[in-house]
Structures are given as C-alpha cells and as structure tokens.
Ligand binder design. Structure first.
Ligand code: AMP
Ligand code: ZN
Length: 468
C-alpha cells in the first residue's frame, strides 16, 4: 500500500489522506458559471480535478463526485459587486438568462468530453436547489448569524469565530485592509449577501418566493447547500482554483459550519492558475482562449490535456502556442510509440510480473504523492526503453497507467497521412538500400527523410512512414 498524501490548503501541509468511510471519497468541485464558454484556464482546473478523481479510482476507491452548475447569482466580482454574470450573457446575446444557461452548460460538457474529463456522478444546478438554499439560510438565521437590511439577508462574519481560516486571514486584518464598500448596508465590508430581494438588478428574471420576499440567492450559498445535500454535513474533499480561497470557499465554510456547528470539509485542494504571457486570463476581462480557439489553430483538445499533465497542479502554468506545439509533438510521438508496442505485442505473454510491479509501485508513489502527474508521466517515456520487459508487458502497463492520465491511449490507431510523392520515392530507395545491405546509404536516406519531416519505422511487413 502506498499512502495517499495531499496538500491541504486548510492546514497548509501535505497530509496523509484518511477517508471518512474506508474505501470511499466524497468529492465536491465548484462547477462553471454558465454565462459564457469555459476558457482554457477554467479547463485546467477541471483537468486537475479529473486527475485527482482518477487517482482515487486507480487506488480502488469509490468516488462520489458532485459538481454544481452556477446558473444564478454570481456577480462579476466574487464579493457582491459588479454585474450579474447571467444578465451580462443575456444582454450580450439578446437571449433570456435561461437560454444562456442551457446553451453554455451544454458547451461546457462538449468541452469536457473533448478533454476526456469524466462526468461528475451528480451534476446539480443552482436554480433547481433554491429550496435547499432557503432552508440553509433559515438555519443560519436561527443561529443568529444573519441580519436583514433593506430587504436583503446578510451573513454576519463577526459571528463566526473561525472566519478566514482557509485563507489564513483574521477579522482584524480584514477590517484594516477593507476597501471602500459600495453596499452601505453591510455591518462589515466582508459580510456577504445570502438572499437578495432588492438589488440593482431589478430586471433580474430568475426570482423565487422565500420567507424574506421574492428574490434570488447570493452565489456562495449554492455550494454549501448542494454539497451537504449530496455528500452530507461532513465530507472528504473540496476543490477549486486558487482564486476561490479568499472569498468563495472562505464564505462557503462560514455558511456550512455556521449552520451545522461542526467541521464541514476535511481536505481542501486548490489548483494554480493558467496564465497568459500578459497575465491572468479571465472571462470578465473579455480576452479568453477556448477549446474552439485551439481547434481553429489546428490543435486537438487532447493536445491541451497533454500539456496540462506536464505541470504539477500547484505550479502556475504559462500558456503559449510554442509550449502547445511542443506538447502536440511529444503527444504524437508518444502515440506512435504506443502503436508500435501494440502492433508488436499480439503474440507475446506476460513473463516479468515482478518487474511490472516495480513500475506499478513507482507509478503509485508518484500519483499518490500529492498528485505528481508530471513525474508519473515520465514513466511513459522510460517504459518503452526498458530492457527487461517485453512489448506486451510495456503496452499493458501503459494502458493501465493511462486510466489516470486519461490520454485515450487505448484508442491510438494508424493515422492516414498524405505522404508526398518525393518522400515515397526516398522510402523506396531506402528499402532497396536495405535489401542490398547498403546500411550507410540506408542511414543517410533515413536522415534525409527526417530532415523533410517524416520518419520511417522498419517493420517485418515493410517500412512505415509517419509524420515527425
Ligand atoms: P468560474 O466559471 O469562473 O466559476 O470558474 C470555474 C473554475 O475555474 C473555478 O474552479 C476557478 O477557480 C477556475 N479558474 C478560473 N480562472 C482560472 C485560470 N486562469 N486558471 C485556472 N483555473 C481558473
Ligand atoms: Zn463553489
């Protein structure tokens, strides 16, 4: 058994993972706000969460993964400021907020499918859980943690002693560093809205009756309400991007623990950002790269997945087309290697179980060490060169490890490529050189072909040409 160790944002330490129920993991990941396409930065976070889930599955855990869809209540600032994101989308496209939500939720799942991200076991929309949110706010009200001003219900952070523990901030620091707040009704600038009945968005279409009047929920309450509904009042892991630590997740903890009076989530994991050369990529700044943008530039979504696997989730990743090019080329040559192993392994048998187990252990030691995927990925490159294992053993191991990488290596197949006439002539010439055992000429021709961007693989049935 190789223990699973995870860096917990809450304790700022790498800790042994101890599940609440043996062999099971309750996992909640914050889902998309469906007012626009997910950008490749968002998708980096979903890829990280997918790898985490696959790591647990590889370790034979049963994972219950819950993800929300934010289709109401999220303002462009995470702290009750800015514009309503859904209304922004509706205005931009001249559609209703409901149409916007439906369209971009579908677009999100099209992207995750292309990236081979496993679907959550439960996907829950905020708009379908208003009852649960109202119920939770009522509990907070009963615990005297809320106040009401001018029709809106606020969370009073001074009533929750541990406020800010996730981000390591205390109330005194918050007061000292407070910005001029637009909402004069707040007792403390960092109090936040649980339920709006009055807001600057009077044209808000999504409204529901509640004990406080017709209105709609604040953003943070949905994650507390839905995660506890599906995973219980105390569950194992909660994830998101690092931007959520200081406000969204901090407020989620305040709501959930303020309502139940006990610990809510045991392990918090946060993925670092994908950054552009110019800095942060954000949907609200208007400049975003999507899967579709990459496709238009001739890349596959899976090239992007491969790129993400090369950087540990706790390290920022700077995106450039040069690095995506390098990832695409490396991924292509990995697939060719895997194909070669596949084609030459049919008649072979497993003979070196102990050597295979050595690799399995090395693989587990990497992935269980706070998800060290880049290190584990290195094995895919060293394995084919191993002197002890036969090609079937190598191929089997690669497919087994790919359950975690999710690179769809089981599906690698011969790609039909258009080989230019000039190259085919050189290949013919080289075959002749080989037949006449003119190895010098054969090598020279191989180099010449490589210089033109093609490789020749020698197989028993004749030479095969592929793009480099
Ligand atoms: P949103 O749809 O804005 O709620 O974001 C969805 C997820 O993407 C959240 O987990 C965010 O923390 C994460 N996220 C946002 N921007 C980035 C970025 N540039 N790089 C990585 N993750 C991000
Ligand atoms: Zn959330």
């Amino acid at each position: 058994m190789v223990p699973i160790r995870l860096h917990n944002t809450l304790t700022r330490k790498k800790e042994d993972f101890i599940p609440i129920k043996e062999g099971h993991v309750g996992l909640y990941t914050c889902g998309p706000t469906v007012y626009w396409f997910a950008h490749i930065g968002n998708l980096r976070t979903y890829i990280f969460e997918d790898l985490l889930k696959r790591m647990f599955l590889y370790n034979n855990y049963q994972v219950k993964h819950v993800m929300n869809i934010t289709d109401v209540g999220h303002l462009t600032s995470d702290a009750d400021e800015g514009e309503d994101k859904m209304l922004l989308g509706a205005k931009r496209e001249g559609k209703t907020v409901w149409d916007i939500a439906k369209f971009y939720e579908q677009a999100f799942f099209n992207d995750t499918k292309k990236l081979n991200i496993l679907d959550p076991d439960i996907t829950c929309r905020a708009t379908e859980h208003i009852k649960e949110m109202v119920h939770l706010i009522e509990k907070l009200e009963k615990n005297k943690i809320t106040y009401s001003v001018d029709g809106n219900i606020y969370y009073d952070i001074s009533k929750f002693k541990a406020y800010g523990k996730l981000a390591n901030i205390n109330l005194e620091d918050l007061k000292a560093g407070a910005r001029i707040e637009v909402d004069k009704n707040k007792h403390n600038p960092h109090d936040f809205v649980l339920w709006f009945t009055k807001s600057k968005f009077q044209d808000q279409e999504m409204k529901w009756p509640s004990p406080w009047g017709v209105g709609y929920p604040g953003w943070h309450i949905e994650c507390s309400a839905m995660s506890m509904k599906y995973l219980g009042e105390n569950f194992d892991i909660h994830c998101g991007g690092i931007d959520h630590i200081s406000v969204h997740h901090t407020n989620e903890i305040a709501q959930s623990e303020g309502a139940t009076g006990h610990k809510w989530v045991n392990y918090w994991l946060h993925g670092e950002f994908l950054v552009m050369d110019k800095g942060k990529m954000s949907k609200s700044s208007g400049e975003i790269l999507t899967v579709e943008t990459l496709e238009k530039h001739g890349y596959n979504a899976m090239d992007y997945r491969y790129l993400c696997l090369n950087t540990h989730y706790k390290t920022p990743l700077t995106f450039s087309y040069d690095s995506l090019d390098a990832a695409k080329t490396a991924f292509q040559s990995l697939k060719s290697k895997v194909l070669e192993l596949k084609n030459s392994s049919g008649h072979l048998k497993i003979e070196h179980k102990i050597d295979m187990d050595k690799y399995r252990r090395e693989f587990l030691e990497a992935i269980n060490d706070d998800l060290n995927i880049p290190k584990a990925l290195g094995l895919l490159w060293t394995l084919p060169k191993d002197k002890e294992l036969n090609n079937k053993e190598k191929y089997d191991l690669i497919l087994e490890f790919d359950k975690v990488f999710g690179l769809e290596l089981t599906h690698v197949k011969e790609e039909k490529i258009e080989v230019p006439y000039e190259i085919l002539e050189l290949v013919k010439e080289r075959e002749h050189a080989r037949k006449t055992k003119d190895w010098k000429k054969s090598d020279e021709l191989r180099d010449l072909i490589a210089g033109k961007g093609y490789a020749v693989d020698d197989a028993a049935q004749g030479s095969k040409v592929r793009k480099l």
